[in-house]
Design a protein around this ligand. Structure first.
Ligand SMILES: [Zn+2]
Length: 136
């Protein structure tokens, strides 16, 4: 019986092999038919991007990347890209840079930083309001 970790590693290995096939695939070049393993972009959904450079992709393919934080070799799947660009309207020039656990950790870190900064701002405003009160 395989563990969940082994199974995940097998899935990731298959994804990496598929991504390797598409290393030289240009997603901006129109093809007579959609190649196997390639997802077609929805031009109408992509048109919601304020994009003037004309570099919207026609296709999505699995892309391998190295996590910025832990260095693990990950694959940003065509399906994940389609969701990111067409549903979440993520910046058209942005790509995946962190694996899922590192992304979660990074989000938690930014949320913490935001909370601390908001708290500091509130304290500053309260202190200013207090000073204003004594000036009068
Ligand atoms: Zn990572």
């Amino acid at each position: 019986m395989k563990s969940g970790k082994q199974r995940r590693e097998e899935i990731m290995q298959r994804r990496r092999e598929r991504a390797a096939k598409f290393v030289n695939f240009d997603p901006h070049l129109r093809r007579p038919r959609v190649p196997l393993g390639v997802l077609e972009a929805d031009r109408e959904l992509l048109a919601r991007h304020n994009n003037t450079c004309g570099c919207l992709p026609l296709y999505y393919v699995d892309r391998e990347f190295t996590c910025r934080d832990c260095g693990s070799h990950e694959v940003w799947t065509a399906k994940q890209q389609k969701w990111w660009y067409e549903v979440a309207l993520g910046n058209i020039n942005s790509t995946a840079v962190r694996c899922r656990p590192c992304r979660r950790a990074d989000q938690a870190r930014s949320a913490d930083a935001r909370r601390v900064s908001e708290e500091g701002m509130r304290r500053k405003l309260l202190a200013q309001a207090g000073k204003a009160g004594t000036d009068r």
